[in-house]
Design a protein around this ligand. Sequence first.
Ligand code: ADP
Length: 474
Amino acid sequence: MAWATDSTPISKRKQFRRLRDRFLFTYIGVIAATMGIFAIVTYEVVAIHRNRQLDDQLRQLSASALRLFPILNYEYGEILAESRGEVDEDDREEDPHDPIITFDAAGNPQALKLEDLIEAEGELDTSMLALGDSINELPQGIEWYRANRALIVKEGNKFPEAALPEQLPRQGKIIKRHDFHSLSLPIYDEAQQTNVGYVRVTASTAQVEAELIQLRWGLLLGALGASGLTVITGIWLTRASLSPVVQSFEQLRQFTADASHELRNPLTAIQASVAVMQNHPERIDERDEAKLEAIATASSQMRELVEDLLLLARMDHHAPNRSMWRDIPLDELLEDLVDLVRDRADQAKVQLTESFKSLTVQGDADQLKRLFLNLISNAVQYTPAGGSVAVDLEVMTNTAVVQVKDTGIGIAPEHLTKVFERFWRADPARQADAGGTGLGLAISLAIAQRHGGKITVTSEVGTGSCFEVCLPLG
Ligand code: ADP
C-alpha cells in the first residue's frame, strides 16, 4: 500500500505564531473550564441550600397546621352536620349559626375559607393558628383534609392544582414543581392509630427562583469579566514566555549562518592547498597519497555541507527577492538536469526517462535547479540496478506539476513525514558511504515554498517513491 505526505508550506514565523496560539488557547481553555466548574458548583450548592430552606419552611408551617387540625375537623364536622340538618333542636339552640357549607351537584360538601369557619365558630381560639398574618401575604397555602380526602378548609394563596398524592408515608411527601414545593402529611389519631385526615402545605418557589436568577447573572458577569482578564494576561504571558524561545531560535539561526560563512574561507584554503599538492605527485611521499585523497574528499564534503547550511540559513532569514526572478522554461531546465544525471544513472544501470510539456515558471533558476537535482539524484541513488526513474512535467489548473517517480527502495510510512526534516536520513549507517548530508530534501522543500509551491511524496517500501512538486504558473 502506498503512503502519502504533504509538505504544506509553514514558515518559522507561522510555526511560532501557531505555538503561541496553542499556548494561549490551552491557557484560556483551562481557566475557562476552571471558572465554569466553579460557577456550576457554586450555583448548584446555593440552589440545593435554598431549596432545602424552602422545604424546612414547609415543615415548620405543617407543624403549625397540624396543631390546628383537631379543632378545624371538629368544627367543620359540626357545621357540616348542621348544614345537612342532622343537628338536634337542643343543640341548635346551644350552638346557633347559619349553615354556611354549600354542596355541589353530586351532594359533596364544599371547602370553607378559614375566616368563614372562624366567623361561624366564634369561640375558635385563633391564637392556635400561630400562622401569623404572613400566610396571606406570602405565596404560601395550607389545606386541611378529612380522612375521606374531602377538603375542609384552605388558607393562603398558593395551592397545587392536583389532588392529594395517593400513597402518603407517615413522614409525609414533598412534591417539587418548578413553581412550587408542597408537603402532604397524613394525620393519625395517636390513641387509635387511625388516619383522621391530611394536611398539605405549599410554598411558591418564586422567591428562590428570583435569587437564583440573580446568582446566575452574577456568575455570568463575573465569568465574562474574568475571561476578559484571562485573555489579556494570557496574551501577555504567552508572549513573555515564548520570547526567549524565539530569541534562542533566532540566535541559533544566526549562529548557523555565521559559522557556515566563517568556515567557507578556511575550507577553500584547505581544498586549494590539497589541490596544489595533488597537482605535484612527485613531491608527495607515496604513503601520503591516500591520506591526501581522504583530506580532499572530506574537505569537499564539508564544503558541500557548509554551503547547504548557509543556503538554508539565508532562505530562513530573507524573504524571496522576486525582483530577481526570471521567466524560466521549466522543460529546458529539467532536460539539462536529466542530461547531467544520465551518466550516473547509466553507471548504476537505472533507466532514466522523461516527458515534458513546454512551459515557463517565474523563479530563481539556480534554486529551481537545486530543487529538482536533489529529487532526481535521490531517485537514481535509491533505485537498485535494473530499476527506472521517470521525470514528468505537465500542467494542471494553472500549476506546473513535476513528478519524479522511481522504482527504488521506497520509504516506510512512519518515515514519510520526516524526510523533509533537516539532517534526517532513513538509515545513516547504510547510507554513509552513499554521500549526501540529509539536507537535500529540506532544501528542496524550502525552495518550493519560496516559489509558492509545495512537495507531496507517495511511497511504498520495495516498490518505489514519487515526489511531486507543484509550482504556480504565471
Ligand atoms: P540525503 O542527502 O541523505 O539524500 P535527503 O534530504 O535528500 O538527504 O533525503 C533524506 C532521506 O530521505 C534520505 O537519506 C533517504 O533515506 C530518503 N529518500 C530521499 N529520496 C528518496 C527516494 N527517492 N527513495 C527512497 N528514499 C529516499
